[in-house]
Design a protein around this ligand. Structure first.
Ligand code: FAD
Length: 302
């Protein structure tokens, strides 16, 4: 991702003009404000604004007049309790506003998370940049043979080179035609809102995305997960690192109970109880389907 000198100057100017505030600030987050974190080949994530910190979660949970902090240990314990018991509304008191630059096919997955506020760059109003996501060589993989919704073995050199050629040539040709259609040089020039329909899904778009911490954790649990597509996962991982600096107690609890934890059905719990008592439990006598049993074994193996 290369920011233009003008874009970098705007970011530097914002970072160079701090102002005093009575609002809660999180030192870890202040370090991230406005700075761009590169993602994929031309993408980025940057924090535009945020509200709240770990103490704000406790303050809301206690409906307190002051900071809501009895002690740091109390705060961490309370946050872990809230996370453990799905008491989610105190986490909704924290919010984050991000500026994200991402390929359109990633944006299509991202926008499914409805509990956020979005404002996207208008390709009716503005001309899109000639920026396309071209996967790094090691991310060009064949269709997975075990998971219909995923990729498997990395492509061989010759095939990968051919694929990269196709991706680059198609993107270049589509953009050349986009420019030719909107050009007003010796012609009327097609409206931007129509000309864009010819562009491929790996072109980059941008949006401001605002979400509360509870719904952001839900997004991260689904999209920072190994089952999520690599191209959205890298965005989720970048945001997760920011959140860890912003609300360290909440993030630790989230990692422990959600990312690192597992949800077990009553049948699975019963199997564990039987195993602890020394019984040999197999898929056949577990009461679970083959698929459920495979996932259950995965949880036990870690
Ligand atoms: C690995 C993976 C594969 C996927 N594959 C597909 C696919 O093949 N096809 C496809 O279409 N989608 C797919 N999705 C998208 C998925 O089905 C969800 O749309 C997406 O993850 C957003 O989740 P969400 O609805 O819980 O989030 P949000 O929209 O942020 O909602 C958060 C929560 O709010 C509540 N909520 C929000 N809106 C409503 C509502 N209108 N009514 C009731 N409750 C609501 C729900 O409890 C919801 O869980 C996939 C997602 C993942 C992570």
């Amino acid at each position: 991702m290369a920011l233009s000198p003008e874009q970098q100057a705007e970011i530097d100017a914002l970072r160079a003009s701090p102002s005093q505030t009575l609002r809660a600030t999180a030192p870890g987050m202040e370090r991230h404000l406005y700075s761009a974190h590169a993602v994929l080949d031309h993408g980025m994530v940057r924090v535009i604004d945020y509200m709240g910190d770990d103490a704000a979660i406790c303050q809301a949970a206690r409906v307190s007049y002051g900071k809501g902090t009895k002690s740091v240990q109390n705060d961490e314990g309370l946050i872990r309790y809230l996370m453990r018991h799905w008491h989610s509304t105190p986490f909704e008191m924290c919010e984050i506003k991000l500026h994200v630059k991402l390929p359109v096919f990633v944006a299509r997955q991202w926008i499914r998370h409805r509990t956020a506020n979005v404002n996207e760059y208008s390709a009716r109003y503005s001309i899109l940049d000639r920026e396309f996501y071209i996967p790094a060589r090691e991310h060009l993989a064949a269709q997975s043979t075990v998971n219909n919704q995923g990729r498997g073995e990395v492509l061989g050199d010759e095939e990968a080179a051919r694929v990269l050629e196709i991706l680059k040539a198609d993107a270049g040709r589509a953009y050349d035609n986009y420019e030719a259609m909107i050009s007003q040089d010796g012609q009327q020039g097609l409206a931007r809102e129509l000309a864009r329909m010819n562009l491929p899904a790996n072109i980059y778009t941008q949006w401001y995305w605002k979400v509360d911490l509870h719904n952001l954790f839900h997004f991260l649990r689904l999209r920072a997960d190994p089952h999520a597509q690599y191209e959205i996962r890298v965005y989720a991982e970048t945001i997760a690192a920011v959140v860890a600096d912003w609300v360290p107690f909440a993030y630790k609890a989230f990692e422990d109970y959600r990312m690192g934890g597992a949800t077990l059905s009553a049948t699975a719990l019963d199997c564990i109880r039987r195993m602890v008592k020394g019984e040999t439990v197999t898929q056949e006598n577990s009461g679970m389907s083959k698929g459920e049993w495979r996932e259950f074994e995965g949880v036990l193996r870690g």
